[in-house]
Design a protein around this ligand. Sequence first.
Ligand SMILES: [Zn+2]
Ligand SMILES: [Zn+2]
Length: 65
Amino acid sequence: MHRNPQEVLIMEQLKCSTCGTSLLGQEDFVKFGCPECGETIIMRCRQCRKLSNPYRCEKCGFEGP
Ligand SMILES: [Zn+2]
Ligand SMILES: [Zn+2]
C-alpha cells in the first residue's frame, strides 16, 4: 500500500511534546498547532494534560500549559 510520506512522518512523530511518550494507539491525547507561531504541532498525552505539565514549542520557544 502506498503511503503518503507526510503521513509517515506524522506517525513517527506521534509522541507527547512534554514527556516524549509514544502516543501511538492512545486515544486520549490532544494535538494542536503552536498558539504562538502555528508552525509546530504540539501533542500532549493524557498524563501531561492531567498534571498540566508545561510544553515548549521547538520553533519559537513558546511555553504554556
Ligand atoms: Zn506526556
Ligand atoms: Zn511556536
